[in-house]
Design a protein around this ligand. Structure first.
Ligand SMILES: [Zn+2]
Ligand SMILES: [Zn+2]
Length: 379
């Protein structure tokens, strides 16, 4: 379960971007912000490469060069060029020791520093994303399911950084992207086998959210996020019959009264010393909706997911807290699942693939009534 924390944080930051794709035509190339607001970086290639702007072109021999900003120009060795510039090569381009496909664009950022953008086609972009979200040791059908999910998410969120003049960043905020350095043959095959396929619901690309392990029941998004929209049918919480053997299904953690109080106070909740923490309500997904904290000055009733976020979303692995016990100055929490528990459960998807079920069956199980469609790439 690689990069589980990444996935968790990524979806905590998740937000809705509605967009309709009646004809599903999508521009082939994508601009990925790989280094943002930097003053200098190193660039290299094992073949000839060039740096150019609208006025001049600088042809460079294979090797390494440092580039830094000076006003609205870049200094590259003994040369200077006005921004923006484009860096191209017949081979891969290496930026700060990370290998990239496609081209590199260098633009002035809002803070008058450098934004380094990798310009490449969406299918190649996914090759640098998939190995960051799954383990390549999984069965190919689980990797194919993840490829469709990541492609759908990318295409749905192309406007996420449009005010900064690129499409997506390379961090957990969008999807973690590690360039060609991150690539893996098996993940590349999963991407090629599902070329152009995205998940649709009601003529729109579906919100293909996923998590590490649901603990036996997936959850409705309204219980784990500040979700304002009505829950689409395909994201409603339901029983998962495939992930029961997951090692991530059960967890416990111990947190001191002092730490819990400190964390809640720093999140803006006014509480005195904590006497008791109990659970109430029901989400339908076999989780409790609220945490009630009895403290010196009264009672605080909090949504369980807000309590988890405020206290420690790493140690409290999900909002499916089953039990809270007091032991001296400590509170012992136990629960099930890992992550937000909405949409596809990666542990379950892995098991389905091992049982011989196809990626289409996996996607249909976790996002019922959605349809797979092919996007048409345009130059
Ligand atoms: Zn982003
Ligand atoms: Zn599950």
């Amino acid at each position: 379960m690689k990069n589980i924390l990444t996935i968790t944080v990524f979806f905590l930051l998740f937000s809705m971007h509605a967009s309709a794709f009646a004809d599903l035509k999508v521009k082939e190339s994508v601009n990925v912000g790989i280094l943002l607001d930097v003053e200098s970086f190193n660039i290299a290639s094992d073949k000839k490469y060039s740096i150019k702007n609208s006025e001049k072109i600088l042809n460079l021999s294979p090797g390494n060069i440092n580039i830094r900003i000076l006003g609205d120009k870049i200094i590259a060795g003994k040369y200077n060029l006005k921004l923006p510039v484009q860096i191209t090569s017949d081979s891969y381009i290496i930026v700060n020791k990370v290998i990239y496909r496609g081209n590199i664009a260098v633009r002035l950022s809002k803070n008058r520093k450098l934004n380094i953008i990798n310009v490449l086609n969406i299918e190649d972009y996914l090759k640098g994303v998939l190995p960051k979200e799954v383990s390549a040791s999984w069965d190919i059908e689980a990797l194919k399911a993840q490829a469709v999910i990541s492609r759908s998410y990318a295409v749905k969120n192309l406007n996420r950084h449009i005010t900064e003049n690129f499409n997506m960043c390379s961090s957990v905020h969008c999807q973690v992207y590690g360039g060609a350095s991150a690539e893996n043959e098996k993940c590349n095959k999963a991407i090629a086998d599902t070329h152009g396929q995205v998940l649709m619901f009601d003529n729109e690309i579906a919100q293909t959210v996923f998590h590490a392990s649901c603990g036996g029941y997936t959850e409705d998004p309204k219980y784990v996020w500040d979700w304002k929209n009505a829950t689409p049918d395909y994201l409603k919480g339901r029983k998962d019959k495939y992930c029961s053997d997951s090692p991530h299904n059960e967890w416990t953690c111990t947190l001191s009264e002092k730490i819990i109080r400190k964390k809640l106070l720093s999140s803006g909740y006014k509480i005195g010393s904590i006497k008791k923490i109990t659970l109430s309500g029901n989400t339908g997904g076999h989780a409790k909706e609220f945490v009630i904290i009895t403290h010196k000055d009264g009672k605080l009733k909090l949504k369980t997911y807000k309590f988890r976020l405020a206290v420690d979303s790493g140690l409290i692995k999900s909002a499916m807290i089953k039990n809270i016990k007091r032991k001296g100055t400590d509170f012992i929490f136990s629960g099930r699942g890992w992550g937000h528990r909405v949409g596809l459960c990666q542990c379950g998807a892995k098991v389905m693939a091992e049982k011989g079920l196809s990626y289409k069956k996996i996607l249909q199980y976790y996002y019922p009534k959605t349809k797979i469609k092919n996007i048409e790439y345009e130059k």
